[in-house]
Design a protein around this ligand. Structure first.
Ligand SMILES: Cc1cc2nc3c(=O)[nH]c(=O)nc-3n(C[C@H](O)[C@H](O)[C@H](O)COP(=O)(O)OP(=O)(O)OC[C@H]3O[C@@H](n4cnc5c(N)ncnc54)[C@H](O)[C@@H]3O)c2cc1C
Length: 570
């Protein structure tokens, strides 16, 4: 069966779990009425299922290719992208000042979730444009905004993000690209960038690169980096693509997955660019783009997990093998182990989606109210949303292959494509290890205040569920307490110990948050409904892993460094 947009879960989460009503209750987002939400979700869902999902297989089988220096995209991508752009879907959260709809990021996130599930390789294109729009809205001068934002928002032009260089991956501060001032106030950008997603296309009239480079007086490390806007074609007096800039695609990478997304090596040879934000403050400006993209990448994990789950479910409903334990289910869904995998996958998708949407709600509330507490929550949830969303993407896609048995390993079912495609998501936009380090270091610089606020909310949620769902409420309350104690212990650790436990800590936090959101959903629906049954799976089967993870976190780094690099020799 084809991809079905997960409209009922999205609506339920917005209405009953992540309190979207708070967002639409603000003056800033008063236009996001229930009617608007319904219209946005319904229409985006239709586009995802009927227009975008049908090109997903072609993107895998016929990768983007470089022909005489021009990127040729996979069959059907241009048409599917045109439908997205014509429908105004590229950047629905962009501000109204330059032609955007100014809708909440939460709604844009729901759309990104559905589009990612439909075709991850293609959805990467608007995702990066969205991040670029946000960076320009916040940091560019009025001239750049007026010239570029309308074209990016309409989707006529696309945006990219150029950080990575061969010697500068996670350590962006090691970059060598240079920017020399020109006499006319622009800059000449020189250097090579690698892994640039959608570095060129044959379906957008211009590609606008945001490039990190160092000015001649830029200090070494991240403190000396500036951000530049460097278009493929220099806009002419009428703002139309004019002269070709001195940059080109050197080659495309051959990859494990997302074959339809051209991953480019980009060469800049004195290319003309303009400064975005203040000199040497490029990292702060780029972080606007990266934070937006981090939540977006978390949702990519969720979207692909949804698609992989749907396909595994369909297969389990048709494949007959052996006598099942459930007389009503003669296919493999009647086997306890297959039922376990499906229930676990569904519970994980729900948890990860709830975490990502609650992060989006916090971002919207921060925008609408300027309240530092909302901003701190958004900052705290972003690495969790990115890392947990993408880990769930990989885990669910892998179980999806497993449910197909041998057919999962055979490419024609498409189950393997989900796993290959989603495998990049824990790596790009800052690896999940880097996300976890961000959580336990930078995001704890408030002495854990944002963490403790969330933990209070988890406890209050558990207290509210005590009458309706006493056993599950008790489990979530206890888990919240354990996590609070672990957080207090983490704050006493030195950085090496914290970093050794960062990934287990992040995951434990996500599992407990997931339990909390499932409990809320079960309570809203009423005991004995399917959401309560799913909450039981999440709380009783998934959440208990937090105990082992937090025990690992408390170990610190001592046992790891007791093994020397030589001891670890292969
Ligand atoms: C398909 C694809 C698309 C991409 N798209 C873009 C793009 O559009 N724009 C762009 O600029 N980049 C892009 N990237 C680059 C991507 O963001 C980097 O690959 C990623 O940030 C990791 O950098 P790296 O590959 O150099 O790995 P490394 O930084 O070398 O990391 C290797 C390993 O070491 C770990 N590690 C590194 N430093 C630390 C540390 N300080 N502490 C603990 N662990 C550490 C990492 O977690 C990882 O496990 C893309 C990459 C791919 C593969």
């Amino acid at each position: 069966m084809p991809f079905r947009a997960p409209l009922s879960d999205l609506r339920f989460l917005l209405d009953h779990v992540v309190d979207f009503a708070q967002v639409s209750g603000t003056d800033r987002f008063a236009d996001a009425t229930p009617e608007t939400v319904d219209a946005v979700l319904g229409e985006a869902g239709r586009l995802a299922s009927e227009v975008i999902a049908p090109v997903n297989r072609a993107g895998d089988k016929v990768p983007a290719r470089l022909e005489n220096g021009i990127v040729r995209t996979s069959p059907g991508f241009a048409e599917a992208y045109a439908a997205m752009a014509e429908g105004g879907w590229v950047a629905i959260a962009a501000g109204t000042a330059h032609g955007g709809m100014g809708l909440p990021l939460t709604l844009a996130s729901a759309v990104n979730d559905m589009f990612s599930g439909a075709c991850l390789a293609l959805q990467l294109n608007p995702l990066l444009t969205q991040g670029q729009i946000e960076a320009l809205e916040h940091h560019a001068d009025d001239r750049l905004k007026a010239l570029y934002l309308p074209k990016l928002i309409s989707g006529e032009w696309g945006g990219t993000m150029n950080l990575t260089e061969p010697q500068a991956g996670s350590d962006v501060g090691a970059l060598r690209s240079k920017a020399e001032p020109n006499e006319d106030g622009s800059y000449a950008i020189t250097g090579q960038k690698i892994y640039i997603t959608w570095g060129d296309t044959d379906f957008q009239a211009n590609t606008v690169h945001l490039v990190l480079a160092r000015l001649p007086d830029g200090a070494p490390g991240t403190a000396g980096i500036s951000l530049f806007l460097v278009p493929k074609f220099l806009p002419d007096a009428a703002g139309k693509p004019g002269l070709r800039n001195s940059l080109h695609v050197v080659s495309l990478e051959h990859k494990l997955g997302i074959h339809g997304s051209p991953t480019c090596v980009m060469q800049f040879d004195g290319a003309k660019g303009w400064l975005v934000g203040a000199p040497h403050k490029g990292m702060a400006a780029m972080f606007t783009m990266m934070n937006n993209a981090r939540l977006g990448v978390g949702l990519q994990g969720v979207g692909v997990a949804e698609a992989a789950y749907q396909q595994a479910y369909d297969y389990a409903m048709t494949r007959q093998q052996g006598r099942t334990a459930d007389p009503g289910s003669p296919t493999i869904i009647g086997h306890a182990d297959v039922r376990r995998m499906l229930a676990t996958m569904k519970a994980q998708v729900f948890s990860a989606r709830a975490i990502c949407l609650s992060c989006a709600v916090a971002i919207d509330m921060g925008t609408a109210t300027d309240d530092p507490a909302w901003k701190a929550r958004a900052a705290f949830l972003t690495p969790i949303a990115k890392a947990y969303g993408t880990d769930v993407g990989v885990a669910v896609a892998s179980d999806g292959v497993q449910i197909h048995g041998g057919m999962g390993f055979i490419e024609e079912t498409g189950a393997a494509q989900f796993l290959r495609d989603v495998r990049i998501t824990p790596i790009y936009e800052g690896t999940n290890g880097i996300q976890a380090m961000d959580l336990v270091a930078r995001k704890m610089m408030d002495n854990g205040e944002a963490a403790f606020r969330l933990l209070r909310e988890i406890e209050m949620g558990a207290a509210a569920a005590r009458t309706g769902l006493p056993d599950l409420a008790e489990d979530v309350w206890q888990a919240g307490e354990t996590l609070r104690e672990a957080t207090e212990a983490l704050l006493t650790q030195d950085m090496t110990d914290r970093f050794a436990g960062a990934v287990p800590y992040l995951r434990a936090f996500a599992l407990v948050l997931g339990g909390h959101f499932h409990l809320k959903a079960a309570l809203a629906e009423g005991a004995n409904g399917p959401r309560s049954a799913l909450a039981r799976v999440a709380i009783r089967r998934l959440m208990p892993d937090h105990l082992g993870l937090l025990a690992q976190m408390r170990l610190g780094a001592g046992d790891l460094f007791a093994l020397s690099a030589e001891d670890l020799a292969a």
